[in-house]
Write a protein that binds this ligand. Structure first.
Ligand code: ADP
Ligand code: MG
Length: 462
């Protein structure tokens, strides 16, 4: 066989495989997603064990790589065992810029009737102000949210920017604002609220580009009284969408509408955000949801148990609040599991059943952070040698960090006191107990120290 024939034979084979990969992809992700994101992927060729696919824009390329990259690779690998890597690239510019839309043969009309429902994501019934438990770590954010719900677009509170770690109540507060507003007409008119995740915003924006209905999308967004975008960090690196968001944002604020944003970091820490957007985001009210304290976790558990109408002994709540410190969602999950178990087997909830039922959950928490990691981070923080964690020296500058490390080990792992003691130069369990008590007391009287410890905890948990 001549070289060229072999070549063209290989090409046909590859084209056939590509058709089959596409069919499988479509089956896997469903029609809508396929048409939105994957239909425009084209095959560029195979080079050795590497296969190259193309997309018309960087934006689409990033999105498809991130969301579908591994799926595409694994489907290709089942289709063609010689492929080890799939590279997704941007097509070299060809004619006019952002060529996002396919030829407008799409059934645009079919998209329109649902557009409204699509913009306004359903709100969670449970996420109201009533069910939000307020404590020191979240009282400021709560108060700001209340204020916005009472008087949207008040100077100084627009935009309201809520930030904090996962599962600390950002979405809950946003939904609470939305519920409150949509239940209370203002000046005789119902308040229209659009709530959506940044991801959804982007998805809708891209869809609008594809369907050549960006104008409608813009008008729709700009017609609301309150726009809420959840998890803004998702727009990082998505320059087109950021741009669009920036304009929507400005148009709304200029028209005296309220904006509420949430993110995992403060505007100044969200690197990758355009400067002018960052500046505007920070010029209203920025409120931080801090990591929960033991007291808040107990209050939340009490409130949830009361709502669920189940009797959970105080000891069990303390146990949960001690063990599950990272976020409220997990705390809730653990409680729900206990309740479900108790109902299913018609048993009381006790400390023993809690240990038994949550065995695997607690083990997962242990895996998350080790005593060694805690010692390392704490030593770094106070600039002492890690060996001091196990040394016998008792001078304050090493003894205090050591106590903090013991305290964090007790809080963040499910190791027993003797176990923890062993990791700190074979100290007795009473020493660990003393350290925990000492650090707890100090945190109550020394705010700067408390902040240090909370910071360390957050770093270790993230
Ligand atoms: P985030 O958006 O910050 O990741 P969520 O708002 O989704 O967190 O909260 C996670 C879960 O924890 C939700 O079920 C929420 O109701 C609950 N939750 C968080 N904080 C509180 C609180 N202070 N009081 C009651 N429930 C809370
Ligand atoms: Mg959320």
């Amino acid at each position: 066989m001549a070289q060229s024939e072999r070549e063209s034979g290989r090409e046909t084979l590859l084209t056939n495989q590509w058709a089959s990969v596409r069919a499988k992809l479509q089956q896997e992700v469903g029609d809508v997603e396929y048409r939105t994101w994957l239909k425009q992927v084209s095959l560029a060729g195979q080079d050795g064990d590497e296969l190259t696919l193309m997309l018309p824009t960087r934006f689409l390329r990033d999105w498809v790589s991130k969301e579908y990259g591994s799926l595409i690779t694994s489907i290709w690998q089942t289709e063609n065992t010689s492929i080890r890597r799939v590279d997704i690239r941007t097509q070299p510019a060809r004619g006019t810029a952002p060529n996002l839309a396919e030829p407008a043969s799409n059934p645009v009309a079919a998209v329109r009737p649902e557009a409204r429902a699509d913009v306004i994501a359903p709100l969670d019934q449970r996420f109201t102000f009533d069910t939000f438990v307020v404590g020191k770590p979240n009282e400021f954010a709560y108060a700001c949210a209340r204020r916005v719900a009472e008087a949207p677009a008040t100077q100084g509170f627009n935009p309201l920017f809520l930030y904090g770690g996962v599962g600390l109540g950002k979405t809950h507060l946003m939904h609470a604002i939305a519920w409150e507003l949509s239940n209370n007409p203002r000046h005789g008119k119902p308040v229209s609220v659009a709530y959506m995740s940044a991801e959804k915003f982007m998805y809708r924006f891209i869809n609008a580009l594809r369907n050549q209905s960006t104008l409608e999308f813009k008008n729709e967004l700009r017609s609301v009284d309150v726009l809420m975008i959840d998890d803004l960090q998702f727009l990082i690196g998505k320059d087109n969408t950021q741009e669009e968001f920036f304009h929507t944002f400005n148009a709304l604020v200029d028209a005296g509408k309220q904006i509420v944003i949430s993110a995992d970091k403060s505007p100044s820490d969200l690197s990758g955000l355009e400067d002018r957007l960052r500046t505007r985001l920070g010029c209203g009210m920025v409120a931080d949801l801090h990591a929960t304290t033991f007291e808040l976790r107990i209050s939340i558990l009490e409130a949830k148990a009361l709502r669920a109408g189940v009797d959970v002994p105080a000891k069990v709540m303390e146990f949960l609040a001690h063990k599950i410190t990272s976020n409220v969602r997990e705390l809730e999950g653990a409680l729900n599991r206990l309740v479900a178990h108790a109902n299913l087997f018609d048993r009381q909830i006790t400390l023993e059943t809690a240990h038994e039922v949550l065995h695997d959950v607690l083990k997962a928490f242990d895996r998350r952070v080790t005593i060694q990691e805690i010692q390392k981070k704490v030593a770094e923080h106070w600039n002492i040698k890690i060996s001091e964690m196990s040394s016998a020296r008792r001078s304050r500058n090493v003894a205090r960090p050591r106590q903090v490390a013991m305290y964090l080990a007790k809080q963040l792992t499910s190791k027993s006191l003797p176990d923890i003691g062993r990791h700190f130069g074979d100290r007795d369990h009473t020493t660990v107990m003393h350290a925990v008590a000492r650090v707890t007391a100090l945190m109550g009287t020394d705010a700067a120290f408390a902040e240090d410890v909370e910071l360390l905890r957050r770093m270790l948990e993230s």
